[in-house]
Ligand binder design. Structure first.
Ligand SMILES: NC(=O)c1ccc[n+]([C@@H]2O[C@H](COP(=O)([O-])OP(=O)(O)OC[C@H]3O[C@@H](n4cnc5c(N)ncnc54)[C@H](OP(=O)(O)O)[C@@H]3O)[C@@H](O)[C@H]2O)c1
Length: 321
C-alpha cells in the first residue's frame, strides 16, 4: 500500500510503498478514505518530545481516520466488511490501517468521509475535558480558551448543548462563528486580559492555550471550580491556593465516547468543520498550514499572523485517493 512516512526525526514526509498491515483476531482492516492533521503528528515527528511521545522510525503519522471495513478479525462481531467507520488509531496517513473496534464507531450517515475524519481526536478531547474531567453540568458557566480552534469549537458546541453558559477567548474576527455554534460571549484575547474583562467567576475553565493564559485562569474560577488543560500540567500549588481543582488531560479515546458524539452529529446538534482538504500525498503542505500555531516544531517557521486568521475554521483533512 501507499503511505506517508517520517524516516528520521525532523526529516521530510516521504510518500511511498510500505507493507499493508496484517490484523490480529481483535482488529479490523480499514480502507482509509480520509485522515486529519493534528499538532501531535508534527510534535512526534520532530522528536523534540520523544521522552513523553516516543515513536518507532520509520513512522507513519496520523491518529484518526474515516474509512470502510475491508476485513475483520475472527473475534470481531460488531462489524462486517463494507461498514463505514471512523475512529482513532496510529498510522492513518496510509491506504489501510489495522484498527481496534474499541476505538471505532460507525460513521454518521450525514457526514462525508472528510468531515468524519476530522472528528475523533478534537471532539473526544473536548468531551473528555469538559465532561469526563471537568464534570460540567447544566446551568454552569464555562470559559474556553482557544474556543475558535478545532478542539475549542467542539467544546463550545458540547457545553452549549449540555445547557451551560459558554464564554470563549478568541480573536474578535471569530465572534460570529463562535456565536453560531453556541458561545454566549467572546473575549478577544489580544485586546484585554480576560480576567479583567470577565465580571463573573466561572465553574470550569477549559484551557487549550497554556502558559500565562493558564496561570491567569485561576483568578476567574469560583471556589471549588475546575481547571482542565489539554496543553500542560496544572500547578497543584496554585489549585490549593485558589481552592479549586485542576488537571491536564491526555486523550483516552473510546468507542462509547465517540458513539455519543456521533449521535449528536447525526441529530444535527453539533457540526464538524473542515478547513481544507489535501490529497494524502500533499501532507507536507498540510503540515505547513498549521505551522503558524507551532513555531519551531518540525523545522517549521511561524507564518504571518494574518495568514493564521485567514485560515478557515475546522481541521485540515487529507483524502486518500
Ligand atoms: N491533551 C490532548 O490529548 C490533546 C488532544 C488534542 C489537542 N491537544 C492540544 O490542544 C490545543 C488546541 O488544539 P486545537 O487542535 O484546537 O488547535 P487549533 O485548531 O490550532 O486552535 C487553537 C486556537 O487558539 C487560538 N488562540 C491562539 N492563541 C490564543 C490565546 N492566547 N487565547 C485564546 N485563543 C488563542 C487560535 O486562533 P488564532 O491564533 O487565529 O487567534 C486557534 O483558534 C493544542 O495545544 C493541541 O496540541 C491536546
Amino acid at each position: 500500500m501507499k503511505a506517508v512516512r517520517v524516516l528520521e526525526y525532523g526529516g521530510p514526509l516521504v510518500w511511498g510503498d510500505v507493507p499493508t498491515p496484517t490484523i490480529a483476531r481483535d482488529e479490523m482492516l480499514v480502507k482509509i478514505k480520509s485522515t486529519a492533521v493534528n499538532h501531535v503528528d508534527l510534535v512526534k515527528a520532530a522528536g523534540t518530545a520523544r521522552q513523553v511521545l516516543p515513536i518507532d522510525l520509520p513512522w507513519i503519522p496520523g491518529h484518526e481516520f474515516s474509512g470502510v471495513v475491508e476485513q475483520i478479525g475472527s473475534d470481531v462481531a460488531a462489524y462486517a466488511a463494507g461498514d463505514a467507520v471512523f475512529g482513532t488509531g496510529t498510522g492513518a496517513y496510509a491506504e489501510y490501517l489495522a484498527v481496534k473496534p474499541a476505538l471505532t464507531t460507525r460513521k454518521p450517515s450525514n457526514l462525508s468521509f472528510e468531515e468524519a475524519a476530522s472528528v475523533p481526536v478534537a471532539a473526544q478531547t473536548a468531551w473528555q475535558g469538559i465532561f469526563t474531567q471537568g464534570r460540567l453540568e447544566k446551568g454552569q458557566t464555562i470559559l474556553i480558551h482557544g474556543g475558535a480552534g478545532a478542539v475549542g469549537a467542539y467544546a463550545v458546541q458540547l457545553a452549549s448543548h449540555a445547557g451551560a453558559t459558554v464564554i470563549a477567548t478568541a480573536r474578535s474576527d471569530d465572534e460570529a462563528y463562535l456565536g453560531s455554534i453556541g458561545a454566549s460571549r467572546v473575549i478577544d484575547y489580544r485586546k484585554a486580559p480576560f480576567e479583567q474583562v470577565l465580571r463573573e467567576k466561572v465553574d470550569l475553565v477549559f484551557d487549550l492555550i497554556g502558559g500565562d493564559t493558564q496561570k491567569r485562569s485561576f483568578l476567574v474560577l469560583k471556589e471549588g471550580g475546575h481547571l482542565v488543560s489539554a496543553t500542560q500540567p496544572v500547578s497543584q500549588e496554585e489549585t490549593a491556593r485558589h481552592r479549586v481543582s485542576g488537571a491536564m488531560i491526555r486523550l483516552a479515546p473510546s468507542a462509547d465516547m465517540l458513539g455519543r458524539i456521533a449521535r449528536l452529529l447525526e441529530e444535527g446538534a453539533m457540526r464538524a468543520d473542515v478547513a481544507t482538504v489535501y490529497a494524502l500525498q500533499d501532507a507536507a503542505q498540510a503540515w505547513k498550514d498549521i505551522a503558524a500555531n507551532l513555531p519551531g516544531v518540525h523545522g517549521m517557521l511561524p507564518s504571518a499572523q494574518d495568514a493564521a486568521r485567514r485560515r478557515p475554521h475546522g481541521k485540515i483533512v487529507a483524502r486518500v485517493a
